[in-house]
Design a protein around this ligand. Sequence first.
Ligand code: SF4
Ligand code: FES
Length: 254
Amino acid sequence: MSTAKGMKLTLKVWRQKNAESKGNLETYELEDVSPDSSFLEMLDILNDGLIQKGETPVEFDHDCREGICGSCSLYINGEPHGPGRRITTCQLHMRSFNDGDTIYVEPWRAKAFPVIKDLVVDRSAFDRIQHAGGYISVNTSGNTQDANAIPVEKENADQAFDAATCIGCGACVAACKNASASLFVSAKISQYALLPQGQVEAKDRVQNMVKQAQEEGFGPCSNTGACEIECPKGISLENIARMNREYLAASLAK
Ligand code: SF4
Ligand code: FES
């Protein structure tokens, strides 16, 4: 059992009724928050208090609470997923803050991620980018080759796996001054581009996914690297370089 002393916190939380309304920061005071509680548990405590007072709880997205689903997308003190590195908001603990701190909690800010309510944004643009090319074709006519029987170089397998760890959280977009989705798109392209199974649609994939990202309103990449720093899964900028090479090759082939 923890003997840690509870923290006193001032929260400045973005409240917004819906996509059309103008939002604003509301101030809430919390007493006796355990440093061992997670950031989302701290928001649960806030909401319990609001419900007890008959007020509307703060809407925020969450599901797995263990860094897998990518839904807990919060902008905390001006940083996607808060002050930690290589963690999502649900993996952030209150011991990362100090007793007496003021903490700003806002939704992702990007035209392509409109606010639905309070801290919840619509990230379905990422789904549509995936639909545009995030798949492979497999011949299932009866002569299907076992995927495990197709040799893949160790280095390529490792890099494809690393790219596939992207959880689609959108922190890369939130961190980017252009709201570019390049790190996300490049991870989704790389996980196929590095494997033999991904070659059938390779040229169409890169062109269709990049086109979809542009149509969704994500901005261009200007190589600041902010996305890589804030990515909870450590997705490397090398993926953006690979995406650009794939795009050039696809353009020259047409
Ligand atoms: S690249 Fe990183 S920051 Fe961007 S969506 Fe994937 S996991 Fe999140
Ligand atoms: S709630 Fe699933 S990654 Fe945070």
